[in-house]
Design a protein around this ligand. Structure first.
Ligand SMILES: C[S@@+](CC[C@H](N)C(=O)[O-])C[C@H]1O[C@@H](n2cnc3c(N)ncnc32)[C@H](O)[C@@H]1O
Length: 219
């Protein structure tokens, strides 16, 4: 199990991140957690405020993931919480012949996916991955398992471990200081489980997770 930032070359967010004066409203949180149009392509109050493919945003990340896991054409790789399939698309651009697939709970995201990944994205919940044990050469889950409550989060982490034992990467919301936690809490919409890195490492041990991991931290 290694702490390694495979998203280090993802462009840093351009938005002006300052602490919000009000916490998110319960209504906005409810809407965001439906993972429909309002979450991906509605206003910033309920989600991304526009979730669009940008050439190069995931390209370097895809290359780093391929190198890290030694992926080659013909290998199967799964992106859990794939959204519209941006990473799945760029993994296949970076490594032609790679059998990249995605899974997401959002029908909206799958119905609005990148044309290149049509047929590669599965509708499902990460607490029960519809794949046999040891199906993938690597599994990736960026900013998804923290959206579940603690028990379900552990189940999802076990599922990721099951479909590609010891060969996965999980990235989750975290904070290292009281200031970072306060900033995070003023922005959080969908995450139900969040810890500092030590808390996450404890959860990973409890889940029997031996893959790699890193943090999404608002700074
Ligand atoms: C913050 S987005 C991250 C999307 C993508 N991984 C990325 O980094 O751009 C969270 C994604 O997880 C999906 N999601 C939320 N809960 C899920 C669940 N229980 N099972 C599968 N996907 C889920 C959402 O629909 C959304 O696409």
């Amino acid at each position: 199990m290694a702490e390694i930032n495979l998203l280090r070359r993802y462009p840093r967010t351009k938005r002006n991140i300052e602490k919000r004066n009000t916490v998110q409203s319960e209504e906005n949180i409810r809407i965001a957690r439906e993972y429909g149009r309002e979450y991906f392509d509605g206003s910033r109050d309920t989600g991304y405020g526009g979730y669009s493919y940008h050439p190069r945003w995931w390209t370097d990340v895809a290359q780093d993931m391929i190198a890290h896991f030694g992926l080659k054409p013909g290998d199967r790789v799964l992106d859990v919480g794939c959204g519209k399939g941006f990473l799945v698309k760029d993994l296949r651009i970076a490594c032609p012949g790679l059998e990249a697939f995605g899974l997401d709970i959002s029908e909206y995201a799958l119905m609005n996916c990148e044309p290149e990944v049509i047929g590669r994205l599965h509708l499902g919940n990460c607490v029960k991955l519809p794949f046999p044990d040891n199906s993938f050469a690597a599994t990736i889950a960026v900013n998804v398992v923290h959206n579940l409550d603690r028990e379900e989060c552990i189940t999802a982490v076990r599922e990721i471990e099951r479909v590609s034992p010891g060969r996965s990467y999980i990235q989750v919301d975290s904070y290292r200081t009281p200031e970072e936690k306060e900033l995070f809490l003023s922005w959080v919409l969908t995450a139900k489980t969040h810890y500092d890195p030590a808390g996450w490492k404890q959860l990973f041990v409890e889940a029997g997770y031996i893959g790699d991991y890193h943090w999404t931290i608002i700074e």
